[in-house]
Design a binder for this molecule. Structure first.
Ligand SMILES: Cc1ncc(COP(=O)(O)O)c(C=O)c1O
Length: 365
């Protein structure tokens, strides 16, 4: 049995929307799960979308979304990505002066194209898991220490106007205080753009990064504390008259998905107990990339538990999909359910490896 079960109800989106001040827009980060039923739900709810490629732009348009409710970001945007963004009428987040020069060429209308610049902070960012990169060297955006020079260079291009900022340097954060500390850093950078370069920012995109519980001992993110903190942040920066944009992926999509796979056999090797599964990193790559397991339970089997290493069917010792506490008498044929797999799970995997079967995907209302 190889299955991905995914819901697409609007409840989670509505809960988050209700916790945020009116001046905080909400965009869904399509990369976490571009499934059409999910995108259609968010379109109906009036969400914006954060897209990272021409493919994601076309998925959102296909689901009924519009370019006017879309931001397009990415550290290595191709010509096709930029053209698709312009064609849709989306707001592009530029990652360097090369993006500005190419947009200046592509944009043919008289009024300049209004874009945002992604900035990678020099300090004031903490990231628990190293997914986006904290304050270290980064593939993303313009380094903060080069921002003044970048803005001077960008001002020379008549066809492009910088009117927005994007800062996103930390992912899967469960502490609202830490998220807000990172957002204060974004506002500090924005204030510098306003004061030193006279830029009236219309949009400050503070990224995603809202965490979900992968382990039983982790807390749930308090979205009300986050929402009221964002309200206080807006009040503390009266010079800023625009909107904040929050673009979570994982928080909206992780809990809507469950991945099911069968145990093929159980083996003991030199003191380590392995559960060998039908599906491996060809379906769930994230545990290998981040060292973090999805929460796993055995269906229809209870009793005393012990620690298992979960290994897939691929001919490489890299094929590990995490560790889990599971019943001691786990057996061939038992089904394991991986929770929180609506985000960065099957859609992030390497499904062609070794020509193994791909899971069925089922969506429910
Ligand atoms: C630019 C950007 N926005 C939003 C997200 C979504 O992040 P998360 O799913 O952690 O909320 C990502 C994730 O990589 C991203 O790169």
């Amino acid at each position: 049995m190889l299955r991905v079960l995914a819901g697409h109800g609007p409840e989670r989106y509505r809960r988050l929307r209700a916790a945020l001040p009116a001046r905080v827009r909400l965009a869904y980060a399509v990369k976490s799960n571009p499934g059409a039923p999910l995108l259609e739900t968010f379109v109906r709810e009036g969400a914006w979308f954060d897209c990272a490629s021409a493919g994601e732009i076309s998925a959102v348009l296909g689901a009924g979304g519009t370019g006017s409710a879309m931001v397009v970001a990415g550290p290595a945007k191709t010509h096709r990505d930029l053209q698709a963004a312009l064609y849709a009428g989306a707001r592009v987040q530029v990652d360097g002066i090369e993006d500005v020069a190419r947009l200046n060429e592509l944009h043919t209308e008289e009024a300049p194209l209004r874009v945002s610049v992604r900035v990678h902070p020099a300090s004031g960012i903490v990231e628990g898991t190293s997914i986006i990169g904290g304050s270290g060297p980064s593939a993303f955006g313009v380094d903060e220490e080069q921002l003044d020079e970048f803005l001077q260079m960008a001002a020379a291009y008549d066809g492009v106007l910088i009117t927005g900022l994007q800062v996103f340097a930390a992912s899967n954060e469960l502490d609202p205080g830490q998220l807000l500390a990172n957002h204060r850093t974004a506002l500090r950078i924005a204030q510098g753009m306003h004061e030193r370069h006279g830029i009236d920012l219309e949009l400050i995109d503070i990224g995603g990064g809202l965490g979900v519980r992968y382990a039983a001992n982790e807390p749930s993110l308090d979205i009300h504390a986050l929402g009221s903190g964002l309200g206080r942040l807006l009040d503390a920066n009266p010079w800023f008259a625009g909107e904040l944009l929050l673009e979570p992926g994982r928080w909206l999509s992780a809990p809507v998905g469950i991945y099911l796979t069968r145990v093929v056999r159980v083996k003991e090797s030199r003191g380590v107990r392995f559960a060998m599964l039908e599906g491996g990193i060809n379906h769930l790559l994230r545990p290998l990339l981040t060292g973090q397991s999805f929460p796993v339970t055995a269906l229809d089997r209870e009793g005393d538990t012990t620690s298992y290493t979960l290994a897939g069917p691929l001919c490489t010792s890299l094929d590990r999909v995490g560790t889990a506490e599971l019943p001691v008498d786990l057996q061939a044929g038992d089904v394991l359910a991986f929770g929180q797999t609506g985000a960065y799970a099957y859609t992030q995997a390497m499904s062609h490896f070794l020509s193994h079967p791909v899971p069925d995907q089922h969506w429910w209302d």
